[in-house]
Write a protein that binds this ligand. Structure first.
Ligand code: NDP
Length: 330
């Protein structure tokens, strides 16, 4: 095992969070029960905020950033895990209250680990990453609600060319739901069509303030944008339909009315991946293993070296990342 290794650490710089690469040793890591050799992590919107220092993501400093990781167990004091097990970790406060994935080695609590399905390599697991796993949680929530039907009314995916959106499009299409992708980037239409989108709506159309009740179109939807986009999605949802909302890439506001909810029984399904219990995580990963085609997954992500992290953080905040970025820590 290497005596020291690279990590991306957020530290206090005169009262402000400031990130940078640092050499750590195993003795620096938290005293949790499972030591994991991290192969890959990813760059999510939240990581962009943490790495660039534009958002206060870490609630204590110093903090190793990175909200997810995939790796191999090296040592375990827990009977649930043994050396050689391939694992994935999403959320659980990584990069906020717990040291995260931007470190070649990390010590983690046993209950945070999810067993990697055989279908995926460590690289592919992070190709999916927190964004893809969250997309799977959203599709689970919609199916459980029971209103979307294969071959039935359209299902909307907003922020479609982003990480959550791309995987949501692919998962929904695989199950036979007609998927309409909302994107502000027409140049991604071919990519999204390849993932299974059957129709498109310009994201500008969903950003305009509309009537509280609009023409009923969507049986359901996956929204990672929030704000007026989510309000319009709810206003255009059919009686009894539901939108699974997981993101705020556009806005954290919800500037709408109760009318879709009280006059059309439309439901807003909130989806949080960070504290999702293990049974939901396992269900989401099982869905991904079953429904996410390998060739589609390969088209969704690129692998970048660890050293490119600061540049990638700037790009994701500027909306310049298509699909997902995997960071190689090997
Ligand atoms: P990405 O940056 O990859 O994708 C977000 C997409 O949203 C963009 O690609 C773009 O899509 C669209 N978008 C960006 N800015 C705007 C804007 N101002 N107005 C309208 N659309 C916009 O991020 P992720 O997919 O990784 O994450 C999406 C959201 O989900 C984030 O807010 C993230 O924090 C949240 N999230 C929440 C989780 C949870 O547990 N609840 C877990 C994971 C993510 P396009 O170019 O197609 O228009």
């Amino acid at each position: 095992m290497a005596e020291s290794f690279d990590a991306f650490v957020i530290e206090d710089a005169e009262g402000k969070p400031k990130g940078g690469f640092k050499r750590l040793t195993l003795a620096d890591l938290p005293d949790n029960d499972v030591l994991v050799e991290v192969a890959y992590s990813t760059v999510n919107y939240k990581d962009g905020l943490a790495v660039s220092g534009k958002g206060r993501i870490a609630r204590k400093l110093p903090m190793v950033a990175g909200i997810d990781l995939a790796g191999t167990v090296v040592e375990s004091r827990s009977p649930d895990w043994k050396a050689g097990d391939k694992v994935v970790v999403n959320g659980w406060g990584l990069s906020e209250t717990q040291w995260g994935g931007y470190s070649r080695f990390q010590r983690l609590k046993p209950e945070w680990l999810t067993r990697l399905p055989d279908a995926f390599s460590l690289e592919e697991a992070m190709g999916i990453g927190t964004a893809g796993y969250t997309a799977a949680l959203c599709v689970d929530a919609l199916e459980k609600w029971g209103v979307i039907q294969p071959g039935g009314k359209e299902v909307l995916v907003t922020g479609a060319a982003g990480g959550v959106g791309s995987v949501a499009v692919a998962l929904l299409a695989k199950r036979g739901y007609p998927v309409v992708a909302s994107t502000g980037r027409p140049e991604t239409h071919d990519y999204l069509r390849g993932l299974g989108a059957t129709g498109f709506i310009d994201r500008a159309a969903l950003l305009e303030k509309g009537a509280p009740l609009q023409k009923e179109r969507w049986a359901g939807g996956v929204d990672s944008v929030g704000g007026q986009t989510l309000v319009n999605a709810l206003s255009q949802t059919v009686w009894g339909g539901a939108i699974a909302a997981c993101g705020l890439a556009g806005s954290a506001d919800l500037p709408g009315t109760v009318l879709p909810h009280i006059l059309r029984s439309v439901t807003l399904l909130g989806v949080d991946s960070v504290m999702a219990p293990p049974d939901r995580r396992n269900a989401a990963w099982t869905r991904l293993a079953r429904d996410l085609d390998k060739d589609k997954l390969a088209a969704m992500y690129e692998v970048q070296p660890f050293q490119a992290l600061p540049d990638l953080a700037t790009k994701i905040l500027a909306g310049q990342i298509r699909g997902r970025v995997v960071v190689d820590l090997k």
